[in-house]
Every structure is written in structure tokens, then in C-alpha cells.
Design a protein around this ligand. Structure first.
Ligand SMILES: Nc1ncnc2c1ncn2[C@@H]1O[C@H](COP(=O)(O)OP(=O)(O)OP(=O)(O)O)[C@@H](O)[C@H]1O
Ligand code: SF4
Ligand SMILES: [Mg+2]
Length: 334
């Protein structure tokens, strides 16, 4: 199958490693986001998703540094161990939506002008044009009183309204690429889904490429083009939604999906993944999943499994699901 982002992806993350003084946090991250493509990034808490996202937009904690690999945007190297060219692109070509909307706005200024900031600063738009665009975006995100929201101070708004305002502020400059780090987890469960769906609809309408970090695999299954699974700092599987969710290759992804409640499954059929994910930075086996993997062999403890995007298997595993004779037998009897 032809890879949708093959050739000239908008975002290419190539063998990226990010380390703190105590050790590595992101190790061997490989993925790509094509133009207008939505890629979902998921994995257990603490596996390095936020660190990877911040690395792409050049907002890493000063205690962290890129030690290997590179990030390219539209074919141009923007981040490598010796280079960070993201500051000129942030807000214009690339945007970032953080988890916590309350940290994004100046508490002393009204929300409307803050939404329009990028348009006025970087695109020289007039005050009237900026205001019109801000109100349009808020409406498109399901805000019923956009004028009221624009005239408010951040503390006067609910988390759901404020996060919609943050999303509008990020989209107003029409960046080609957006990184969204769990953009709705700080919100009330009831509004999470509404905001996420409105956001994804708008991203599609605008044709923005999106790398979205979320635990909501249900929404990703409906809306993303491709998925990347992360475990202990590595992207362990990357591929189209239908193959990652429908026919996972990496044992971690298979186990994670097996542990999730699905309406079509009975409670007793669900499995859990034994053990805890390793904490980062910290000691890792060559395959970090080996201590929890029912398929582990001696090779998994002596040789790091890697895959290079774009790859045929799409999984960093020596013995991916489907490769043992008994896998085929169990699929036949299912
Ligand atoms: N500046 C830092 N110095 C040392 N360790 C750090 C630093 N920043 C992050 N870490 C550690 O890196 C690991 C990965 O953190 P990160 O926030 O990227 O994970 P995550 O996958 O986004 O988790 P979550 O799903 O909980 O948001 C964590 O164990 C975290 O404590
Ligand atoms: S490389 Fe080995 S231990 Fe790691 S996931 Fe694959 S089978 Fe399991
Ligand atoms: Mg995070």
C-alpha cells in the first residue's frame, strides 16, 4: 500500500532521541505526518508523548536536549542536536495546543485580542478582520456566544470555553501543522467529547495537518488517518488506523487493545497487561516491553528492536503478532 506521507511528509521525525541529565526520555522516535493528515499518538502515562510533542515545537524544558536524530518540516531540518529553528515557525507554520488552557492566556487581558494576536502580529491583519475571524472560529468550535467569550477575561470562562478560545488562537494564523497535547483532558468529561469533535471537524475543514496526543482511542478510530503507539520513549508501532487498531503488530499494542473495554466484548474476556511500564529516565531492557511481554525471547533481551519509517511491518518488534505459527492457528480458530 502506498504510504500517504511517503516522499515529502509535512512533518518527519527521524530517529529522535531526547535526554535529561539522568538519561533518555525519548529514544528512537520515528514518525511522519503528511499534509492535511491527522495522526494520533497514544501510550501509557509517562512514556514520553508530551516530551516528543514539545520537541517538535521547540518548547522542551531547558533541562532536556535532543541528542540524536532530526525533525524536518516541509523537508527542512528544524531540530537536531546542533540546531533549533522552531522559534520563527511557531504560531505561523506550526502551532501547539497544550493540555491546560489556563496556562495559555495572559490572565489580565481580554480573550478576544489574545485569540487574534498571531493574525495581527505575523500577518498584519486589521483589528476588524482579526475580530471577525476570531468570532467565526469560536462559532465553528460550537461557542454559542462568541462575542461574550471574546469580551471576557480568562478567569470568567469555563475550562471548555477557554480551551475553545485557545484552539481558536492556535488556528487563527492557519498553521500548516498543529501539535495538540491531550487538548481536552483538563475539561469536564461531558464537554471533552464535544470540544474534541468540534476541534477535529475544524482541523479537517481548514486542511491543517495534526499530530494529536490523546488517550481517546474511540475518537481517534473515527477521525485519525494513522496512529502511532509509544512505549517507554519509543514509537513501537505506526500505521493506518485500520491496521493498528484492527490488526496490531506490536505485542504492547495488542495487549493494550485487549485490555480496553469495548461495547462488543464481555467483561470477562478483557485482559490486563501484567507489570508496570518503566519510569523514564531509567534502566530499560533492549526491548523495553520485554519484562511484560508474553512473547519475549532471549533475543529481546540482547538486541534493541527498531523499525525505520516508512517500513513494511511498522512495528519495532523482533516477533510481531502474526509471526508465530500458533498466531495463525489462533486466528483461524477465532
Ligand atoms: N525536565 C525533565 N527532567 C527529567 N525528567 C523529565 C523531565 N521532563 C519530563 N520528564 C520525565 O519524562 C517522562 C515522560 O514524560 P512525558 O510528560 O513526556 O510523558 P507523557 O507520555 O506525556 O505522560 P502523560 O500521559 O502522563 O502526559 C516522565 O517520567 C517525566 O517525569
Ligand atoms: S521484541 Fe520481543 S519482548 Fe519486545 S515486544 Fe517484540 S516479542 Fe515482545
Ligand atoms: Mg503528557
Amino acid at each position: 500500500m502506498k504510504d500517504p506521507a511517503a516522499g515529502d511528509p509535512l512533518l518527519a521525525i527521524d530517529g529522535l532521541r531526547i535526554a535529561a541529565r539522568e538519561g533518555e526520555i525519548v529514544r528512537a522516535a520515528d514518525l511522519a505526518v503528511g499534509r492535511r493528515e491527522v495522526v494520533g499518538l497514544f501510550g501509557e502515562s509517562g512514556c514520553g508523548k508530551t516530551t516528543l510533542g514539545l520537541g517538535v515545537v521547540g518548547l522542551l524544558d531547558p533541562a532536556l536536549r535532543v541528542t540524536q536524530g532530526e525533525i524536518r518540516i516541509a523537508g527542512r531540518v528544524t531540530v537536531s542536536p546542533s540546531l533549533d529553528e522552531t522559534s520563527a515557525l511557531r504560531g505561523v507554520q506550526i502551532g501547539f495546543i497544550p493540555q491546560d488552557p489556563f496556562s495559555s492566556f495572559n490572565p489580565l487581558r481580554r480573550v478576544g485580542p489574545q485569540i487574534g494576536r498571531v493574525l495581527r502580529l505575523h500577518h498584519g491583519a486589521s483589528r476588524r478582520a482579526t475580530e471577525t475571524k476570531a468570532l467565526e472560529l469560536l462559532s465553528a468550535l460550537g461557542v454559542t456566544d462568541p462575542r461574550g467569550v471574546a469580551a471576557s477575561f480568562p478567569h470568567e470562562l469555563s475550562g471548555g470555553l477557554l480551551q475553545r478560545a485557545v484552539i481558536a488562537a492556535t488556528l487563527i494564523g492557519e498553521p500548516e501543522l498543529l501539535i495538540a497535547d491531550e487538548p481536552t483532558t483538563a475539561l469536564d468529561v461531558v464537554v471533552q467529547n464535544q470540544v474534541l469533535l468540534a476541534f477535529l471537524r475544524l482541523v479537517r475543514e481548514l486542511g491543517t495537518a495534526l499530530l494529536i496526543i490523546t488517550h481517546d482511542l474511540g475518537v481517534l478510530a473515527e477521525t485519525a488517518d494513522r496512529l502511532a503507539a509509544m512505549y517507554a520513549g519509543s514509537i513501537v508501532e505506526f500505521g493506518p488506523v485500520s491496521s493498528v487498531l484492527g490488526k496490531p503488530r506490536h505485542p504492547y499494542v495488542g495487549a493494550l487493545l485487549g485490555s480496553m473495554v469495548r461495547p462488543s466484548r464481555k467483561q470477562q474476556q478483557l485482559s490486563v497487561i501484567d507489570g508496570q511500564p518503566p519510569s523514564l529516565p531509567g534502566y530499560l531492557e533492549p526491548c523495553a516491553f520485554a519484562p511484560r511481554c508474553s512473547r519475549a525471547q532471549p533475543r529481546c533481551y540482547s538486541e534493541e528492536p527498531t523499525y525505520k519509517w516508512p517500513a513494511s511491518s511498522g512495528a519495532a518488534c523482533h516477533f510481531p503478532l502474526g509471526s508465530f505459527p500458533e498466531d495463525r492457528a489462533s486466528r483461524v480458530t477465532q
